[in-house]
Design a protein around this ligand. Structure first.
Ligand SMILES: NC(=O)c1ccc[n+]([C@@H]2O[C@H](COP(=O)([O-])OP(=O)(O)OC[C@H]3O[C@@H](n4cnc5c(N)ncnc54)[C@H](OP(=O)(O)O)[C@@H]3O)[C@@H](O)[C@H]2O)c1
Length: 253
């Protein structure tokens, strides 16, 4: 089950958190992983870790807001591994700003990184998948995406971007199904990463959040990575257009 031998995966935002854990998990199932982000030194460390366990990794310096980085990255992957089968669209930013003070710069940075870049990376990677009539696009959204009754203050730009990802996932699932490409999203709850340190490391904020989570704990990046492996696999062959919420029961409560 979940064998990814001979598959090639691109993971954006692989330098930390969910992306890093997912790269390790995908490589553990046999995929060759192209690990992309801006902090190249962190990617080099990850490459060593994956190769130390017998896996194959390729470092891709990439600012996902730069189309030329995306195009050069995908070209390098195909030159190195000959194909591209799986995309984990994961790179993201979350910065707090109250609604009336939010600047255009803050809005644009969030939407460009969290939504427009997902479109650009999926477009470049999807073209390679279409050549082989097989592909997996997995987009990391959030429980803060609309439709699941979880709103957060001071991140209207972030919530808009994550809701956009769900819409994009459904539209792409429809359009790419005839090409053998499935498109799914994952909506994590609060996962312990660099992004959430301000919440998980603050007792008062933690308490407020934990009160809303039936499992009474935050998630680990590895608990998202295991769903990434499933959605990337042949076993998920009839799953497309879905958003899987992994949140300790938050959205169900
Ligand atoms: N943690 C949570 O509770 C949670 C919940 C719901 C959704 N998510 C989503 O999960 C995804 C991963 O977040 P995380 O929690 O793992 O946070 P993280 O540890 O802060 O990781 C964010 C990653 O995004 C990369 N990144 C940011 N801007 C980039 C850019 N312009 N170009 C390329 N890479 C960029 C960062 O790499 P560099 O800085 O090296 O470029 C880093 O690897 C995000 O989309 C986030 O919104 C997280």
């Amino acid at each position: 089950m979940f064998d990814l031998t001979n598959k090639v995966a691109l993971i954006t935002g692989a330098s930390s958190g969910i992306g890093r854990a997912s790269a390790i998990a995908l490589a553990g199932q046999g995929a060759s992983v192209a690990i992309a982000a801006r902090r190249v030194e962190k990617l080099e460390e990850l490459k060593k870790e994956i190769e130390g366990k017998g896996g194959k990794a390729l470092v891709i310096p990439m600012d996902v807001t730069k189309k030329e980085d995306i195009e050069a990255g995908v070209k390098k992957i195909v030159e190195t591994f000959g194909r591209l089968d799986i995309l984990l669209n994961n790179a993201g930013v979350a910065e707090f700003a109250s609604f009336f003070d939010m600047t255009d710069e803050q809005w644009d940075k969030t939407l460009n990184t969290n939504l427009k870049a997902y479109f650009h990376v999926a477009q470049a990677a999807g073209q390679e998948m279409a050549k082989n009539k097989w592909g997996r696009i997995i987009n990391i959204s959030s429980i803060a995406s609309g439709g699941v009754a979880v709103g957060f203050p001071q991140v209207v730009h972030y919530c808009a971007s994550k809701g956009g990802i769900v819409g994009m996932t459904e539209a792409l699932a429809d359009e790419l199904a005839p090409l053998g490409i499935t498109v799914n999203a994952i909506g994590p709850g609060v996962i312990e990463t660099e992004m959430t340190q301000g919440i998980t490391g603050d007792p008062q904020q933690s308490q407020g959040m934990l009160a809303r989570i039936p499992m009474k704990r935050f998630g680990k990046p590895e608990e998202i990575a295991s769903a990434v492996v499933y959605l990337a696999s042949d076993e998920a062959s009839y799953t497309t257009g879905a958003t899987l919420y992994i949140d300790g029961g938050w959205t169900a409560s």
